[in-house]
Design a binder for this molecule. Structure first.
Ligand code: NAP
Ligand code: G4F
Length: 351
């Protein structure tokens, strides 16, 4: 039985990867941060199937301990401060976790279990102000946020440990991938949650920043499969994982509303632009400059040719299926929240 250690197991990707590895018969270990209240995040349903170790990416002692306990064949480093917007508010913490944290875990592996295979969660944010369209493994990097800069260090130190110590280390340069488990601060989930609330009458409108930004979106389930495939190759290498399609944020909004029977029509420009419900004329989308970023990544479009050829990786969940799944999941969540509230109010009223 192979053993895998996942950092960031409570996050979106960590939870899908844990499910995939359990299905494949792995013994799965995960590191979890100690918080004032125990929080299993996205792995509440798996907490008895995986072995959890308290550790933090900024504490090398805790990582050495985690490698010692798990003695992994494979390590997937998914832990990160992953929200680009927050990286301007917390640049030092972002660098500690997303840059130095990678060095910490590589050192822990080098010293305790040097034959473990290592996956680093690199990102298309490293392309930032894109120097080529589409972006591939050889495209020069130009990060545009403290997050992108920190991740670039993680990317290069992963490559450096491969070349310096002959360790089996890979970076997956993953383009945006989303899911029903995506955090609410990311634009896709912010949209699908709002669409569900507006449809069910518990939210008036949605406020966003730059809706003309373009992203190459896929589903997390497809992307964690690529992570695993990377660590099964004879020779370690770096791969772009992307859908090969790009869409504006406004297209995501239109499609999400269409799934609940609402057509959005746009009028105005810049911060004055609004999206209205075509049938009622009601404003359901507004622009708020507080969601603009100090430096924006306007366009991401990945070329996954190398991954398709060497890893035999194919995307299964299309853009429109992704939007549909997220909207349906949020409709269900909001409905049960409303039902719970009604039940609570009723129970309180009968006391
Ligand atoms: P996510 O949902 O934000 O999950 C991040 C995970 O990291 C959480 O489990 C979080 O734990 C953990 N974490 C944060 N700081 C930590 C620390 N100091 N020590 C230990 N754990 C810590 O992110 P995701 O979307 O699954 O992404 C997974 C990885 O892929 C990240 O590295 C991200 O930067 C990268 N990536 C993501 C995408 C994407 O589109 N999703 C694209 C490219 C690359 P808590 O639960 O305690 O917060
Ligand atoms: O959903 P986002 O916050 O994702 P972003 O910045 O592309 O980062 C995600 O993908 C990266 C891979 O490329 C990962 F490395 C990273 O960890 C994360 O998972 O924003 C997407 C776009 C941006 O252009 C943003 O300016 O949507 C635009 N946007 C417009 N209004 C907004 C909003 N983003 C957010 N989060 N909230 C808004 O109100």
């Amino acid at each position: 039985m192979k053993k895998a250690l996942i950092t960031g197991i409570t996050g979106q990707d960590g939870s899908y990867l844990a499910e995939l590895l359990l299905e494949k018969g792995y013994e799965v270990y995960g590191i979890m941060r100690r918080k004032s209240k125990v929080d299993y995040g996205n792995i509440e349903h798996l907490k008895d199937k995986v072995k959890l170790i308290y550790a933090d990416m900024t504490d090398i002692v805790s990582l050495i301990n985690a490698i010692n306990i798990s003695q992994p064949d494979e390590v997937y480093n998914l832990a990160a401060q992953s929200f680009v917007g927050a990286s301007w508010e917390q640049p030092v913490a972002t660098a500690d976790i997303d840059a130095n944290g990678v060095l910490n875990i590589l050192e822990a592996i080098k010293n305790v279990k040097p034959d473990a295979r290592f996956y680093q969660a690199s990102t298309s944010e490293m392309f930032g102000l894109v120097q080529e369209v589409p972006q591939k493994e050889t495209t020069p990097f130009y990060p545009r946020s403290p997050y992108g800069v920190a991740k670039l260090y993680g990317h290069w130190i992963t490559k450096n440990y491969r070349e310096s110590y002959n360790m089996y280390t890979c970076s997956g340069i993953l383009f945006n991938h989303e899911s029903e488990r995506r955090g609410l601060e990311f634009v896709t989930r912010k949209i699908t949650d709002a669409v569900a609330r507006i449809k069910l009458g518990v939210q008036d409108h949605l406020e966003l920043g730059n809706i003309d930004a373009k992203r190459d979106w896929g589903h997390s389930k497809d992307y964690v499969r690529a992570m695993w495939l990377m660590l099964q190759q004879d020779i370690p290498d770096d791969y772009v994982i992307a859908s090969g399609e790009t869409h504006k944020v406004r297209e995501f909004i239109e499609l999400a509303f269409q799934h609940v029977g609402i057509d959005v029509v746009w009028s105005g420009e810049g911060v004055g632009e609004v999206g209205k419900d075509k049938a009622t004329g009601k404003v359901i989308v507004k622009i708020n400059s507080k969601f603009y970023r100090p430096a924006e990544v306007e366009l991401l479009l990945g070329d996954p040719t190398k991954a398709k050829k060497n890893l035999n990786w194919e995307l299964e969940i299309t853009f429109s299926e992704l939007v549909k799944r997220m909207v349906e999941s949020d409709l269900e969540k909001v409905r049960s929240e409303i039902n719970g509230r009604e039940y609570f109010n009723e129970a309180a009223a009968t006391k």
